[in-house]
Design a protein around this ligand. Structure first.
Ligand SMILES: C=C1C[C@]23C[C@@]1(O)CC[C@H]2[C@@]12CCC[C@@](C)(C(=O)O1)[C@H]2[C@@H]3C(=O)O
Ligand SMILES: O=C(O)CCC(=O)C(=O)O
Ligand SMILES: [Fe+2]
Length: 346
């Protein structure tokens, strides 16, 4: 079955020109195409600010105050870390292992599952690449639902383990995002229909993104992932213990999100920003690279059915955004990237 999100990317004139990840196997210096300067990052300050260890809250999901703490974090930062989340550590480790197994393959092998210019799954550069003049020090593998077709190409006799691990992880992530959304939305005066729209697994959409940032000879002039907001409701990220994720905080600049053992970083995406009537900010974030370590991160993106209508919560003040089909918002995002929100503001 063709995933409905795939239809949005299909034939899009902006995202469909083909950019292939660098051949990191045989790259020993950073090519000009991947060297960023201050001006390449347009309106944002390039330098990383001082680490603020206690800034982004680490919330224990078993804490009796979890609901309030999560709500406050979403309102203030649009991001928090979560521990005691119920996802088995062993599964998280297996996903990391399988992701590493994939990225350790030769460039030739990985390119066998290259995402097509109008496709949405497979091996490739980040979707947002076409909005930046410079390339990112990054290679990714995107999965939506079953990845069996790609896995069979990669490991014809041994594809099941990869698929099973990714399937189980996507199921666990769906449960966790649902649990988090239920907690988050209790803060608002939400109708039954609105709660259902955000949390019903029926028709909902999930995507898994394996991110690889190979060690880089010139990390101060390279970017792993350029500044962006995620498009869907919530993103759950595993940093795998290596620093790299940074968020943009007004007045403080780019602040690193410190990896915490066993924790996931959860961030608000555009759809939740709109749904919350701008009470929760979709946080700008980016990924930095490392001179000595190959960093792997795994992000799960969760959103409602693409066929549904997106509208700011009805009982929470005058709407700041017009209502529109989710599909239309995703199309705006694909075409206009960070200008999309302002295009629907009332
Ligand atoms: C559901 C999705 C979110 C995402 C686009 C995608 O279809 C699958 C990849 C996701 C990703 C990962 C890296 C950053 C990002 C902005 C991108 O270019 O591809 C996100 C997309 C997003 O949130 O818009
Ligand atoms: O690798 C990271 O820390 C960030 C990944 C990310 O922002 C994404 O996949 O959308
Ligand atoms: Fe992101």
């Amino acid at each position: 079955m063709m995933n409905t999100f795939s239809q949005v990317y299909k034939d899009d004139p902006i995202t469909s020109h083909h950019i292939i990840p660098l051949d990191f196997d045989s790259t020993y210096t950073v090519p000009e195409s991947h060297l960023w300067s201050q001006s390449d990052e347009s309106h944002q300050k390039y330098q990383t600010g001082a680490p603020q260890d206690s800034l982004i809250p680490v919330i224990d999901l078993c804490d009796t105050n979890a609901m309030d703490l999560i709500g406050q974090a979403c309102e203030t930062w649009g991001v928090f870390q979560v521990i005691n989340h119920g996802v088995p550590l062993d599964l998280v480790k297996r996903v990391d292992f399988e992701a590493r197994r994939f990225f350790a393959m030769t460039t030739h092998e990985k390119r066998k599952v290259l995402r097509s210019p109008s496709g949405s799954t497979g091996y490739g550069v980040p979707k947002i690449s076409s909005f930046f003049a410079k390339c990112m020090w990054h290679e990714g593998f995107t999965i939506m639902g079953s990845c069996v077709d790609d896995a069979k190409v990669l490991w014809p006799h041994d594809y099941q383990r990869f698929c099973d691990t990714m399937d189980t992880y996507q199921n666990q992530m769906k449960l966790l995002t649902r649990k988090l959304l239920l907690l988050i939305l209790q803060r608002f005066d939400v109708t039954h229909e609105e709660m259902n729209w955000a949390t019903s697994t029926h028709g909902s959409h999930g995507a898994l993104q394996l991110n690889s940032y190979p060690s880089c000879p010139n990390p101060s002039r390279t970017l792993g992932l350029a500044p962006h907001t995620d498009s869907l409701l919530l993103t759950v990220l595993n940093q795998n213990g290596v620093t790299g994720l940074e968020i943009l905080v007004e007045g403080l600049g780019w602040i690193p999100v410190k990896p915490v053992e066993g924790a996931f970083v959860v961030n608000v995406g555009d759809l939740l920003h709109i749904f919350s009537n701008a009470k929760f900010p979709a946080v700008y974030h980016r990924a930095m690279v490392n001179q000595s370590k190959h960093r792997i991160s795994v992000a799960y993106f969760y959103g409602p059915s693409i066929e549904s209508t997106l509208a700011p919560l009805s009982k929470n003040g005058n709407p700041c955004f017009r209502s529109l089909p989710v599909k239309e918002y995703i199309e705006l995002k694909v075409r206009h990237n960070d200008k999309a929100l302002s295009l629907i503001r009332i």
